[in-house]
Write a new protein. Structure first.
Length: 295
């Protein structure tokens, strides 16, 4: 069986679908490089418009229908924390998300001082039914939220995080990490294994793309960008109709087509929705400043 180097001295079996998708996603690295340049190519890719929210028990929500009505394509819900907490909002709303054909993500709030294997098991035990029910169709990778100090050393935190991620990967599917550049750099830092996993960045800014990734992260693997909080930040959409409190707003770093491929979903948008998405992208191009014309 063919094997692929992981960059940490280990090998994994070659998986045609996974590796083809990984190769295609490298295209986005070129996009970011182009946008940072003054070349005309920088104008070919507008700001991402594929909208996702993330929610937890802190939110006041009874229905996800406003997401569909307002053009969102996904929702990420907190499912678990440490080895004792199970989120009641997730329990109440996960089926709505599937019924409405929203891309569904789940996350575990990681605690640095708690055994990583035990946390991974707690997470998997409470969300595995989604993969059993759907075969993974319509699901984002499971996420591990990294933002706590918990009075332990970086070495202990790193070890627990890796153990948690390895447990989820072995017993469910390849997970990803959520963090900000500051939190990741200060809590985890430079680790050789980060490139194996999906990445979800928190950087609250009204710019077109994330301006700084955490150490070791790349746009090969960074798929979701939490770019602000409604109604706190003016550059993100308002709080969905009928919802209370603040809502974290996210963008998928790619096109609508690549998003649906990423979540293995057959719930492709209608022709009318595709036309609207294209119109938004054209409008963004028309409103973008002209490239630097200096020679």
């Amino acid at each position: 069986m063919n094997q692929i180097p992981l960059g940490n001295g280990n090998l994994r079996p070659f998986h045609p679908a996974w590796d083809r998708r990984n190769h295609e996603l490298k295209f986005w690295d070129k996009i970011v490089a182009a946008r940072k340049s003054s070349s005309p190519e920088a104008m070919l890719v507008p700001r991402p418009t594929v909208k996702i929210v993330d929610i937890s028990h802190w939110n006041t929500i009874t229905t996800l229908q406003p997401l569909v009505d307002e053009g969102y394509v996904g929702v990420i819900m907190k499912a678990t924390e440490s080895t004792w907490f199970y989120d009641g909002l997730f329990e109440k709303l996960w089926k709505q998300a599937l019924d409405l054909k929203l891309g569904l993500g789940v996350y575990h709030f990681f605690r640095s001082h708690v055994d990583g294997n035990a946390q991974g098991k707690w997470f998997v035990d409470h969300v595995k039914f989604l993969w059993d029910r759907t075969g993974g169709v319509g699901l984002m990778p499971p996420w591990i939220d990294v933002e706590t100090v918990d009075n332990v050393s970086m070495a202990v935190r790193r070890n627990n995080l890796l153990l948690c991620a390895q447990y989820v990967s072995k017993n469910l599917t390849l997970p990803g990490f959520y963090s900000s550049p500051y939190m990741w750099n200060s809590l985890i830092g430079d680790v050789p294994w980060i490139g194996q996993y999906w990445q979800w960045i928190a950087q609250w800014s009204g710019i077109d793309w994330p301006s700084l990734l955490p150490i070791g992260w790349s746009f090969d693997r960074c798929r979701v960008w939490q770019n602000g909080v409604a109604p706190k930040h003016s550059w993100v959409p308002p709080v969905p109709a009928g919802w209370g409190g603040e809502v974290d707003q996210n963008l998928y770093l790619g096109t609508a087509d690549s998003y649906y491929q990423w979540i293995h979903s057959s719930a492709q948008p209608s022709l009318e929705e595709r036309v609207k998405d294209l119109e938004r992208r054209v409008t963004a191009l028309e409103q973008a400043p002209p490239p630097d014309a200096t020679v």
